[in-house]
Design a protein around this ligand. Sequence first.
Ligand code: FAD
Length: 310
Amino acid sequence: MSEVLVLVDAVDGKVTKPTLELLTIARRLGEPSAVVIGSADAESLKKYGAAKIYTVEDADTKDYLVAPKAEVLAQLVEKTSPAAVLVVSTGEGKEVAGRLAVKTDSGLITDAVDVADDGTTTQSVFAGNFTVKAKVTKGTPIITVKPNSATPEEAAGDGAEEAFAATVSDAAKGAKITGSEPRKASGRPELTEAAIVVSGGRGTGGNFEPVEAFADSLGAAVGASRAAVDSGWYPHSFQVGQTGKTVSPQLYVANGISGAIQHRAGMQTSKTIVAVNKDEEAPIFELVDFGVVGDLHAVLPAATEQVNQR
Ligand code: FAD
């Protein structure tokens, strides 16, 4: 069976959930080989089916931006002739994938939301209005997959570790990282990985306290609509939608959000959707499983109190 290379995304050595999703998808196409550039917890890679783990501990990659990673992957593609290369659809992931496609003269598909066992990908485009099926026809299929496109499934893999000695050219070291600071931890789960997301929109009037308090009562992540972000009420990294993050939690609670198509594009695949909106005609109510017509500043504190009592 051919190898399928999965570029591992890890934060402080902890493998991210989207990487575990890629390992699950990779098993449809062949035998997953995890590629660790830096450090990552090998046990979770094995637990989710990595048959092989390539480790690249080259000082040349650590302090640089994306170009060295693309070079390392290109050398691994040459060595292993994989059935496909899967990368998480983050900003960095897509840049690495694009560079890799050029280096290996291969076809590239970005932002897939599904990959079938014959390599056919599904993309959701134009704010979810069209579904595109596509397949790479040249070289090694290089596919970036959006987070929350699959449910990570455990499947013990051998996880045989193999150090890969890559060479990084001077040209790839054109931009060096001069410093980085971790984002202040909120104690809340990562937005794209959370099982519950509680979001606020223009209806918050800029007061996110009830949204945050309700999120904390449920152990949820906080999201925001673009109107809230553009108003400077919440950072862009929490924006859900076409030009923000795509989330697909078990439960999504939209508060003071009208339900514009661009917002839906980032949350409509959530398993259960609840909305609180004072306008009973708001389009978000077309989408919900449960709706509350009311002022979020009254509804959310009452709901928080109820949850906290349990
Ligand atoms: P509004 O549409 O103004 O809705 C506010 C809602 O709050 C209303 O329904 C109102 O009834 C309700 N409300 C008011 N007060 C209360 C209260 N006290 N209690 C309860 N309910 C109340 N938007 C995104 O969200 N994400 C994106 O990624 C995104 N990308 C975009 C990309 C493009 C190219 C474009 C053109 C637009 C994009 N937008 C995006 C913007 C989108 O079209 C909407 O403008 C935006 O989603 C509206 O945000 P909102 O629902 O918070 O605000």
